[in-house]
Design a protein around this ligand. Structure first.
Ligand SMILES: C[S@@+](CC[C@H](N)C(=O)[O-])C[C@H]1O[C@@H](n2cnc3c(N)ncnc32)[C@H](O)[C@@H]1O
Length: 307
């Protein structure tokens, strides 16, 4: 498999051609399994509060699906969703362990609701779970409903008054977890030995200043205008660059098996790292190819400015 390329297809097949111990960093924003888009439906449950077909759900259509209706807690089918997510992660993680170098890092953007299943799946297959980093997005849509409005609509004005100011739903979701794993190094060896052998396993605190961040495990980076419009879950380029610079040196190799619009790959390219990306959607693959081509010309459409 050639580096500095993105490949169209299922990452579970494509990764089979990647050589053992050849990748320095895996940085990936994987499907969160919360059914925000068709590619994000990781379960086989068609009879749930999440993707069911009640009259209200049918009427609301895609918007309802995108909002990810809260689970009711009583449906056996709904309860299988986290377990199926765990099984899905388990289906590809062995290859991640195989291709990454000992001491190499894996950063996974995982959703708050199912991140715990992702952690267990990687741990169960042999990764060391190092830390949960936090990304403070600073801005996020807040979807919580005034419960008094529901009672008003029912003309239950007594309940509406009693519950004035109360909401159902979640607080504003400005925090996103970034799960940090490491491939174990040689039995009986030390991390210092591993760093000398494989040139990987440490982090470079000095680069954080460039991103206006402290050496804390919580990064506040807001998406800029150029970080939107190519993919529904597009990540800020600066955040991906920070994570790459934190754990790799120039010339090392970064893999993103769920590349989307190639933000990780563009970040790697701008930092003189080699990259490999996989993406199964033709639409996002095409976007990635032209975004990477524009990089060759010194221009990134994702940032809408010359680099
Ligand atoms: C969360 S998005 C990544 C978005 C990316 N961070 C960006 O900035 O554009 C995950 C991507 O994984 C892709 N995907 C899902 N399952 C896949 C699979 N089995 N193989 C390859 N790509 C897959 C989806 O099409 C989607 O574009």
């Amino acid at each position: 498999m050639y580096t500095d390329n993105i490949y169209l297809g299922d990452c579970r097949d494509l990764i089979k051609t990647v050589t053992d111990n050849s990748i320095d960093l895996i940085l990936s924003d994987i499907p969160y399994g919360i059914s925000t888009e068709d590619w994000d439906i990781i379960h086989s449950n068609t009879n749930s509060g999440l993707l069911g077909a009640s009259p209200a759900q049918e009427k609301a259509g895609k918007i309802f699906k995108k909002r990810g209706k809260p689970l009711n807690g009583w449906s056996e089918a709904d309860k299988q969703i986290p377990l199926q997510y765990y099984e899905w992660v388990s289906s590809w993680v062995e290859d991640w362990l195989r291709v990454i170098k000992p001491g190499g890092s894996v950063f996974i953007f995982a959703g708050r609701r199912l991140a715990h299943r992702c952690i267990c799946a990687l741990e169960d297959k042999g990764f060391i779970y190092k830390d949960m980093l936090g990304w403070n997005k600073q801005k996020a849509a807040h979807r919580a409903q005034h419960i008094s409005c529901v009672f008003d609509r029912r003309k239950d004005f007594k309940a509406a008054e009693e519950w004035e100011g109360w909401k159902v739903g979640n607080l504003r979701p400005v925090f996103e977890p970034i799960l940090w794993f490491m491939k174990p190094y040689k039995i009986g060896g030390t991390l210092a030995d591993n760093i000398l052998d494989y040139k990987i396993g440490a982090f470079n605190e000095n680069i954080l200043e460039r991103y206006n961040q402290k050496a804390n495990n919580f990064f506040s980076i807001e998406a800029e205008a150029g970080d939107r419009g190519l993919h529904p879950t597009q990540k800020p380029l600066a955040l991906m660059k920070l994570l790459i610079e934190l754990t790799t040196k120039e010339g090392q190799r970064v893999l993103d098996p769920f590349a989307g619009s190639a933000t990780t790959l563009v970040a790697a390219k701008q930092l003189n790292r080699h990259y490999i990306g996989f993406e199964k959607s033709k639409e996002y693959f095409d976007i990635s190819v032209s975004r990477l081509k524009e990089q060759e010309a010194g221009y990134d459409s994702g940032r809408l400015s010359c680099v």
